[in-house]
Write a protein that binds this ligand. Structure first.
Ligand code: NDP
Length: 283
């Protein structure tokens, strides 16, 4: 085997039913672009085999792995420790080998934060966040850790919304009121950043968020976690009112960037990764 073909390191993705995961192309494009002889592989792992799979990854010297549904919470007891935000939100999507330990991190919220910082630093800002599921939770925790002054959680289910708002208040000391979402919501004056953290709009270009568009003001950042379509109806409506739109593909690319940084220590080329992801997704 020539040196250029020599495989130095492995990382991967443990999930169930995620065949065709487009992030594989994005991560491998980064490895290739930076001359790293690494591979990122999809591993189909059923819940009953998760413990054995994590032990196997450790025994085989994997530098780490992503984990997605249904393993984001159940992987935690099999790890040696957690990063700050993963501990606060109680979910892991990225495992990193540090010394002989496997440490769980969460890069979803960090990816969102990096993407947001290309437009606006959230420190001291007032945010309205729709949703309280996994993505919204990850975003809210990172925003609180980044010094956001207020995070208003707007969610349809009161129980799920209250759980997130109390996590933000009690674990992170954030100012985090809850609004139960029924009917069109009007964004309060003084809001700097509005985020759709729900799945509304995913593969549904016409789907509408129950939001009074007249309450959006020019200059506000309006972000969407939904990445397919890339230009959601919310982002198009917000841009038409002079807001600054931020698409969900930026979050997805940046969570990949943070993962590559954790595993390899390099700062990967964002444009190369975004182009590979867009090509794999056909957008
Ligand atoms: P969850 O199932 O954990 O949460 C879904 C959220 O959407 C809940 O708050 C739910 O409210 C709300 N919701 C769904 N449908 C409606 C509706 N019709 N009306 C009001 N609220 C609704 O999903 P995730 O948080 O894991 O994922 C959410 C989205 O984020 C998905 O589209 C996913 O693809 C995207 N995502 C994007 C990433 C990126 O990198 N860009 C990364 C991760 C996720 P309720 O609590 O009331 O049910």
């Amino acid at each position: 085997m020539s040196d250029s073909n020599f495989l130095h390191e492995l990382v991967g993705s443990m999930s169930q039913g995620a065949a065709g995961n487009p992030t594989v192309a994005m991560i491998e494009a980064a490895f290739a672009h930076h001359g790293l002889h690494w591979r990122y592989i999809n591993m189909e792992v059923v819940p009953e085999d998760l413990a054995a799979a994590v032990r196997g990854a450790k025994a085989m010297g994997f530098r780490g792995f992503n984990c997605s549904l249904p393993h984001k919470v159940t992987v935690i007891p099999h790890l040696d420790g957690l990063g700050e935000s993963a501990a606060a939100m109680g979910a892991v999507n990225c495992v990193v080998r540090r010394g002989d330990q496997l440490i769980g991190e969460n890069t979803d919220g960090k990816g969102f934060l990096r993407s947001l910082q290309s437009l606006e630093d959230p420190r001291g800002k007032s945010v309205v966040l729709f949703g309280a599921g996994g993505a919204a939770r990850a975003i809210a925790v990172e925003l609180a850790l980044a010094g956001t002054s207020k995070i208003t959680v707007v969610n349809r289910s009161e129980a799920r919304g209250a759980e997130l708002a109390s996590l933000l208040r009690e674990k992170l000391g954030a100012d985090a009121p809850l609004v139960v979402w029924n009917g069109d919501y009007s964004v309060p004056a003084g809001t700097d950043i509005v985020i759709n953290g729900t799945s509304i709009g995913l593969y549904a270009p016409e789907a509408r968020l129950a939001l009074n568009l007249d309450s959006l003001r020019p200059g506000m950042v309006v972000a969407d976690v939904v990445f397919n379509p890339v230009r959601t109806r919310l982002l198009a409506d917000a841009a038409a009112r002079g807001c600054r739109p931020l698409d969900g593909l930026g979050m997805l690319v940046n969570q990949g960037i943070v993962g590559v940084q954790y595993w390899t220590g390099i700062e990967p080329d964002a444009a190369v990764m975004r182009a590979a992801l867009e090509s794999a997704m056909g957008v």
